[in-house]
Design a protein around this ligand. Structure first.
Ligand code: NOJ
Length: 743
């Protein structure tokens, strides 16, 4: 009886979820919109239909290899459905006017852009944002990004990038949420909600684009655009879920990835784009390629020429060709040759027209062209305040010997030394959209901006980021010797991560380590502010008696937010979402790996035939989930109660230091015996909580057996009864553990 009701309830729940997700996918598309689109489709020539499937860049920004200067002519011809890299009200209005006044059918254009971590107000790079573990702040940053971008004519962003990445050589780790799939799903959904809001017709929301579908983050050897090859099981278990989370959150578009998977470039992968994305996941937005990725299939070697590539793409389920002109040039002859179907072309046009209707462009093509909004809603003081707080929240304190940080209040002279101490341009990081580097606050400026400051700030560069010039060392050492406290500003240039920025060596570049050693020899207290877009191999720096604050690239408010942390106005609470290796040889090193049949046992360090390195530990320098605070936390009273399919985990966390602080309390699970092997640990929950000094907080996590499910060789996801270890702690390596049985 019980189980009958349970089944019925589950079925109703499932119907509700499906219909809610269908609603969130519809995003305000009305029956009237749909019939308007039917009428429009009937009046379109084949050329006009193909035009809707074509996306071209304006000449305002360069985000790829080739530019098409003809875009204005194409707009007037009705040969373009959307334009990217064009913004500001005047410019968008000018191009939109060409579309709606000079083209035959007057179909408005969509305007897209890479709004990746802010539009004008640039926030920390996405990897840094993820280290805040603050989903509300991540969502809010996209809300602000959408507010600013739509105030400048845009209505489509090529974000979020949700590619799981385990190899820090790959420069695009900067754009994602890190190595963990579970957390990646939460971040993906938060970003989509932030950009799209609940109503796409609102003038301050925009269509998001989940990318790069799929598994772009698994490029071999961390080299951008390189081949991806993995088992279907890994694809389902680790790489696909964040894209699915974005789809479930209602994302309006998806971008194919440049890479192939098992011999099939994503742009030609019908299984991926049609069977999985459309049929299994119910995606109702439109699919766009990445920049010329149709044409690139000729290089991949699965298409004879651009025409052949266009055939593969449309037959796979690609709706819009970004910058490749292959649809424009070849879809008509391909149709005549019966190599593609009109019904597929019509369906693609429909998805794109629906997107335009969802944005309200048919009601008013200029609805994102308000001069008033452009003046009032961009770079506001509130947006700057939020950005500053977000910078501070994204910083991760890696090391703090002898409580070198926060900087003591009685310091009279601070020397900032290092190539990144006063470099506005670098603060933006990669993909800075319409961010203006001149408006960025550097570390030196941030230190000087503090109201009522009682100290002097002096600066010497010491060296450049990448070359071997040591001629500035002497001046830097001399200046440091005159100060009471030194902040070393070291790391990578902003351009060294992001697209096409893979590195084969992830050390701190140039002679910066040497500079650090020389400065430490002055005997002054030293804290390092590290600027970088990926985990670096920092063992050499780490061996020095210095504090290290990972600041990433903080964007417009970088210096102010970092100063807030350095002085302790904000107690750091960030935790790494990507492992910092001991050295490059360990890469890829990530927390949720498998145990192997010959695991290394620290109690038997001399054992030979075990899975280990001869020359270094298996453990990374800083594990996933790691980050210090100016206070300390202790964990106790881990309990776990299993009641049917429900697992309740409770823990007490005490602030044992002498200042209030936020802690990211993390819950991991290990399935001890599975029909296929399971990782040594998997994140299944977290709570970010403020704990006052001396206070103990009891926290509870509630899991169900769904949280224990994993993909099986038949690609079905279900859980297996048995023993599980539950871990709770402040990072993935230091946890309390309890074994439970779930039947
Ligand atoms: C190529 C990048 O891979 C993609 O992320 C970006 O959105 C496009 N270029 C457009 O700039």
């Amino acid at each position: 009886m019980m189980s009958f009701y349970k089944q019925k309830f589950t079925a109703i729940l499932l119907m509700l979820v499906v219909s809610l997700s269908a609603q969130s996918q519809d995003k305000g598309l009305t029956p009237a919109d749909k019939s308007k689109i039917d009428v429009l489709l009937k009046s379109m020539t084949l050329e006009e239909k193909i035009g809707q499937l074509s996306l071209f860049t304006s000449d305002w920004d360069v985000t790829g290899p080739s530019l098409n200067g003809n875009y204005k002519k194409l707009i007037k011809n009705g040969s373009v459905g959307a334009i990217f890299n064009a913004y500001t009200v005047d410019y968008v209005r000018e191009l939109q006017r060409m579309a709606v006044e000079e083209s035959r059918l007057k179909i408005p254009l969509i305007f897209g852009y890479d709004v990746i971590h802010g539009h004008r107000t640039i926030f920390p790079i996405p990897l840094a944002q993820a280290c805040s573990w603050d989903m509300a702040a991540i969502e809010q940053s996209e809300r602000i990004a959408a507010q600013e971008a739509t105030a400048e004519g845009l209505n489509w962003t090529f974000a979020p990038m949700v590619d799981i990445a385990r190899d820090p050589r790959w420069g695009r780790v900067a754009e994602g949420a890190g190595e963990d799939t579970w957390l990646g799903c939460k971040v993906a959904a938060a970003r989509v909600r932030g950009f799209e809001g609940t109503d796409l017709k609102a003038t301050n929301t925009m269509i998001a684009c989940v990318k790069h579908f799929a598994a772009y983050g698994a490029a071999q050897a961390g080299r951008d655009y390189h081949t991806v090859d993995m088992s279907m099981l890994s694809l389902y278990e680790w790489y696909l879920p964040p894209y699915k989370a974005a789809v479930d959150a209602g994302v309006g578009s998806a971008m194919t990835s440049f890479n192939e998977i098992a011999g099939v470039p994503s742009t030609a992968n019908r299984w991926l784009l049609t069977d999985l994305l459309r049929k299994d996941w119910g995606f109702k937005g439109f699919v766009v390629t990445d920049y010329t990725s149709i044409n690139e299939m000729v290089n991949h070697g699965n298409a004879a020429d651009n025409k052949d590539a266009a055939r593969l793409a449309i037959n796979a389920g690609v709706d819009m060709d970004m910058q490749g002109s292959t649809y424009l040039d070849y879809l008509a002859p391909l149709l005549e040759e019966k190599k593609v179907n009109l019904s597929d072309i019509d369906q693609s046009v429909r998805w794109i027209l629906e997107a335009k209707a969802k944005l309200g462009l048919f009601d008013d093509p200029y609805r994102y062209c308000s001069k008033e909004r452009q003046e009032k809603e961009v770079m506001t003081p509130e947006q700057q305040l939020f950005a500053r707080k977000f910078v501070a929240e994204s910083c991760v304190l890696l090391k703090n010997p002898g409580q070198l940080l926060p900087i003591p209040g009685n310091i009279k002279k601070i020397a900032v030394i290092g190539p990144l101490g006063d470099s506005k341009k670098d603060m933006l990081g990669n993909w800075s959209a319409a961010g203006n580097w001149e408006k960025c606050v550097t570390l030196v400026e941030g230190l000087n901006n503090r109201p009522g400051k009682q100290y002097e700030v002096v600066y010497e560069k010491g060296c450049n980021v990448t070359d071997a010039d040591r001629s500035g060392f002497d001046a830097a050492i001399k200046l440091a010797s005159t100060a009471d406290y030194v902040i070393l500003a070291l790391g990578e240039n902003g351009w060294m991560s992001g697209e096409a920025s893979s590195r084969s060596n992830i050390d701190i570049p140039g002679v910066q380590n040497e500079l650090a050693e020389a400065i430490v020899k002055t005997g002054k207290p030293v804290a390092v502010a590290l600027f970088n877009g990926r985990p670096l191999a920092i063992s050499q720096l780490n061996s020095l008696p210095v504090a290290i604050l990972e600041t990433w690239f903080g964007g417009t408010q970088a210096g102010n937010g970092i100063a807030d942390v350095l002085f302790g106005d904000v107690n750091p609470s960030g935790k790494l979402t990507m492992t910092f290796p001991l050295n490059l040889g360990q890469v890829p090193v990530f927390y949720n790996s498998k145990n192997t049949g010959r695991p290394y046992n620290p109690a038997d360090p001399g054992a030979k035939y075990v899975s280990r390195y001869l020359d270094c530990s298996n453990d990374p320098l800083y594990p996933f989930g790691y980050g210090l605070s100016y206070t300390t936390f202790s964990y106790s009273a881990l309990e776990s109660i299993v009641d049917g399919g429900k697992i309740k985990v409770s823990i007490s966390v005490t602030n044992t230091g002498n200042r209030d602080g936020e802690e990211v309390v993390q819950l991991y699970v290990r399935d001890k015996v599975g029909s296929i092997t399971r990782p040594v640990k998997e994140l299944k929950g977290f709570r970010k909580v403020l704990i006052k000094k001396g206070e103990t907080r009891s926290l509870e996590f509630n899991l169900t057996t769904d949280d224990l499910a994993f993909y099986h060789p038949d690609l079905k996801k279900y859980w297996e009864p048995g023993e599980f270890t539950v871990f709770v702690g402040g990072n993935s390596a230091e946890t309390m553990a309890k074994t439970i049985e779930v039947k």
